[in-house]
Design a protein around this ligand. Structure first.
Ligand SMILES: C[S@@+](CC[C@H](N)C(=O)[O-])C[C@H]1O[C@@H](n2cnc3c(N)ncnc32)[C@H](O)[C@@H]1O
Length: 229
């Protein structure tokens, strides 16, 4: 019984990472239609907020894998002017929109239902956030996806990634450590804090090229091709 359940959990995780968008959507909608993710409805005081507020400085944020609207509604309202949340689950976004309306943040928060692996923003942002959502990017696509979204960072803008890479035994899970390795090697890391021995890490980084000129739109198409290769 244990082996069967474990196999199903692994298959589900692989489909959520590597499956077609339609399948990912169905799986995430199932989870957000029940109570599975209710525990993230209230994450006030989370370690990511001081990093976001420091780098937003009243600016704009793109939240990739935004879930049911915790960041959109818990982030200090005075710390940003524009928030765009993207998620593959309509069920999660329905909660995010409801919470936004209840909080009177409809004028500054907006949401889009999309697989972030193929999402093209319509503006540039001061901060692009992957909060507990980088796990669902196939390792080989981490660099191409970050290159793609680099074009949507304003000059001086940063990526902020929150993820827990620990294995609970004092080490780090190899796949997740490799993802962080991409950020360390290919980007300028400006902050990296692990919160607690087995807790999450928040990494703040920017493209090396952002110190000078951004990449061109031609190179964007090239990178986008790689993401979908
Ligand atoms: C663990 S939840 C994190 C939610 C929220 N960011 C938080 O930290 O509480 C992961 C979220 O990423 C979304 N997600 C996973 N893969 C995605 C993809 N390929 N495109 C868009 N959203 C995705 C899921 O629907 C889910 O809402």
């Amino acid at each position: 019984m244990y082996i069967a359940e474990r196999t199903l959990t692994i298959m589900r995780a692989l489909l959520k990472r590597y499956g077609p968008s339609k399948i990912k959507m169905i799986l995430w909608d199932q989870e957000f239609s029940g109570t599975h993710w209710d525990f993230i409805d209230d994450t006030a005081g989370d370690c990511v907020y001081p990093h976001l507020e420091k780098h937003l400085q009243g600016g704009s944020i793109l939240d990739l894998g935004c879930g049911p609207g915790n960041t959109a509604n818990e982030l200090a309202a005075t710390s940003y002017t524009t928030y765009v949340g993207v998620d593959i689950s309509e069920a999660a976004l329905a909660k995010a929109r409801k919470r936004t309306d209840e909080n009177g943040r409809g004028g500054k928060n907006s949401f889009a239902c999309s697989d972030f692996l193929g999402y093209r923003p319509t503006q540039q942002f001061d901060v692009i956030l992957f909060r507990e959502s980088m796990y669902h990017v196939p390792p080989a696509k981490v660099r191409p996806i970050l290159d793609h979204f680099s074009k949507y960072l304003k000059n001086g803008g940063v990526f902020i990634v929150r993820m827990n890479t620990t294995d609970g035994k004092g080490g780090h899970k190899p796949r997740l450590a490799a993802i962080v390795g991409v950020m360390d090697a290919d980007f300028d890391v400006v902050e990296k804090n692990q919160y607690g021995e087995n807790g999450p890490t928040v990494i703040v980084f920017r493209p090396k090229s952002k110190a000078g000129e951004g990449l061109t739109r031609d190179s964007e198409s090239e990178e986008f091709g790689k993401i979908h290769a």
